[in-house]
Design a protein around this ligand. Structure first.
Ligand code: F6R
Length: 366
């Protein structure tokens, strides 16, 4: 049942080219520049006029929501707020009939996420779901939604569900962007053409496995680890840190790279590995100066870079190359080596990768 892999987690990591393809199937038509989302098509008018989107989720799904915030604001130009469901529901939140609330949940059963949307529904908001388990409780109480179609996820640490959630959010961003005229048709055609290639590019990113394993060997005895990125690579850093802490029990933190100097920099010494997402995109130069700051303090740096990068290669201790992609799709590709890193470190430390201590696959109590 593990398909020849040692663990479900590894199997699910390797399934991602397929799960992303399944998630895209029947939803994008690159030549026509068309995104089709049957589950929400009755809400086109709502989407054209919506002036705020609130995303509620927990854990990894919340990280996907943060990536979604970057995508929807950039490509659809609608303001987005991303909330921990548990905080949102107890805050007497300001919600009106004009709001669109999107719940993201792999299991579709998370108690806090469910309570958050029940509350928003009472206040008259339109509720969408992005869920993986078909027919679960959350999709049953939403008005509409888009399934991720990643297939059953058995490993407690979420991997393929995360990339499928990000894929759906990308589709939603393009869909709303097109309906509102926020994205040019020619640009959309270009994006969709590359999105169609993402499963193949994820497959290439999986080829970093041996390299990642070598790095895992170097970092496996650390007590702490920092993950840094900017823009949509910031939530990817959060996700990389969460994967490492939940399955290897190494304390890890994700931060926006620029926030490092506001505190975490105090922690940096030879025993502190720092993982950067330093692909060639809008904040590349800024991330490079953050890498220099870490190196100047003796930190050990591993960086995820765009294939062929030489600048970061010269300063980092280790690099992991990923294929070049449009900025919109970096999270889908850069997440792959971080999942593998957490996996290998956990295996090397003898941890129970698929069933980490104290964790449950679906959190049905608050
Ligand atoms: C992390 C993880 C958890 C879940 C969280 C939300 O790997 O699995 O953080 O992401 O419990 O679960 P869902 O998405 O089912 O609502």
């Amino acid at each position: 049942e593990k398909g020849g892999y040692d663990h479900f987690m590894l199997k699910e990591i390797y399934e991602q080219p397929r799960s992303i393809r399944d998630c895209l199937r029947g939803r994008i038509y690159p030549q026509q520049g068309k995104v089709q989302l049957g589950g929400i098509k009755e809400y086109v008018e709502k989407l054209k006029n919506v002036d705020r989107i609130i995303i509620v989720a927990c854990g990894t799904s919340w990280h996907a929501g943060l990536v979604g915030e970057y995508l929807i604001e950039e490509y659809a130009r609608v303001p987005v707020e991303v909330e921990y469901a548990s905080e949102f529901r107890y805050r007497n939140p300001i919600i009106t009939e004009k709001d669109l609330v999107i719940a993201i949940s792999q299991s579709g059963e998370t108690a806090d996420t469910m309570a958050a949307i029940e509350l928003a529904k009472e206040k008259g908001a339109t509720i969408f779901g992005i869920c993986n388990v078909v027919g679960a409780s959350i999709p049953r109480i939403t008005h509409a939604g888009v399934y991720t179609h990643a297939g059953p996820e058995i490993g407690v640490a979420s991997t393929k569900a995360f990339t499928a959630q990000v894929t759906v959010l990308t589709l939603i961003a393009f869909y709303i962007g097109q309906k509102r005229g926020a994205i040019k048709q020619s640009t959309l055609i270009e994006y969709l053409t590359q999105l169609d290639e993402i499963p193949t590019l994820v497959e290439q990113a999986l080829k970093s496995n041996d390299r990642v394993k070598e790095i895992a060997e170097k970092f496996k005895n650390s007590n702490n680890c920092l993950f840094l990125g900017r823009g949509s690579s910031f939530p990817v850093a959060l996700e990389g840190a969460l994967k490492l802490k939940e399955i290897s029990y190494i304390h890890a933190e994700g931060y926006p790279a620029a926030e490092m100097k506001h505190g975490p920099i105090a922690l940096i010494d030879e025993d502190m590995p720092v993982i950067f997402i330093a692909t060639k995109h809008s904040s590349y130069e800024k991330v490079i100066s953050n890498i220099q700051e870490v190196k100047a303090r003796g930190g050990q740096v591993a960086a995820i870079v765009t294939q062929g990068d030489t600048t970061v290669k010269d300063m980092a201790d280790y690099i992991i190359e990923i294929p070049e992609v449009n900025e919109a799709f970096v999270p889908l590709v850069s997440t792959i080596p971080l999942q593998l890193l957490a996996y290998h470190i956990a295996v090397m430390r003898g941890c129970n990768v698929d069933q980490p201590r104290n964790l449950a696959k679906s959190v049905t109590v608050e």
